[in-house]
Design a protein around this ligand. Structure first.
Ligand code: SAM
Length: 216
């Protein structure tokens, strides 16, 4: 099945049609085959305007949300990026297109292994993937020019802000399971922290030491 036309239509209606203007983000969304990151049985739905199940009660994010979060990171191609919550690996691939190197952490082993396979199949050599609790960040590789959290956190983890470089951006959904807001935290060049709220959203929970505890 050839998904090129479906993908182009997705970008026109769901991405450009909803106000995404960053040309590099639009080009990445045109290039990365979302169908590779869902189970084969769901490939026909890969370009639908929604999140989709990927197993283990987790989801691949809605294409618009992937594009919006990527745009909010303001990437130019030179950055070192940390992603918490690899999931399917689709957002990871978009980040790999938009930055220099991506460090991504997934707590569920089976998802991490599947994501790695998809990323390898598409030859993304600039991605380091780790299995574990990402709420700790990745201190050994810090600081990062950009950090993206793709699961809902109770608040902005302070030590993730610590792992941001001066001038760096952190994009994270914050709130409870029913009521989350997408937030961008910027560490200005002088170290001042500024916070900007974006749209309401609904992500699965960020579970871990500095996230939600357990499966309640
Ligand atoms: N952007 C991903 C995509 O498009 O496939 C979606 C990721 S899904 C909404 C959120 C992911 O975060 C899940 O795979 C979940 O297992 C993972 N996650 C939750 N808490 C985590 C943690 N503490 N560390 C690493 N990954 C975590």
């Amino acid at each position: 099945m050839n998904f090129d036309i479906t993908r182009r239509r997705m970008v026109e209606t769901q991405i450009i049609g909803r106000g995404i203007t960053d040309r590099r983000v639009i080009d990445a969304m045109l290039k990365v085959p979302r169908n590779i990151f869902v189970e084969e049985a769901m490939a026909a739905q890969a370009y639908s305007d929604s999140s989709l199940p990927i197993g283990e009660k987790q989801t691949i994010s809605q294409p618009y949300m992937v594009a919006l979060m990527s745009e909010m990171l303001q990437l130019t191609g030179r950055e070192k990026v940390l992603e918490l919550g690899t999931g399917s690996g689709y957002q990871t691939a978009i980040l790999a297109e938009l930055s220099n190197r991506v460090y991504t952490v997934e707590r569920i082993r089976s998802l991490a292994l599947r994501a790695r396979k998809a990323l390898d199949r598409l030859h993304y050599l600039n991605v380091n993937l780790k299995i574990g609790d990402g709420t700790d960040g990745w201190a050994a590789e810090a600081p990062f020019d950009a950090i993206i959290v793709t699961a809902g956190a109770p608040d902005v983890p302070a030590h993730l802000v610590d792992q941001l470089a001066l001038g760096g951006r952190l994009v994270i959904p914050v709130g409870n399971q029913l009521d989350q807001t997408l937030v961008r935290v910027t560490k200005e060049k002088d170290g001042t922290i500024t916070c900007q709220e974006s749209v309401p959203c609904r992500f699965v929970k960020l579970i871990g030491k500095y996230g939600w505890s357990g499966e309640e």
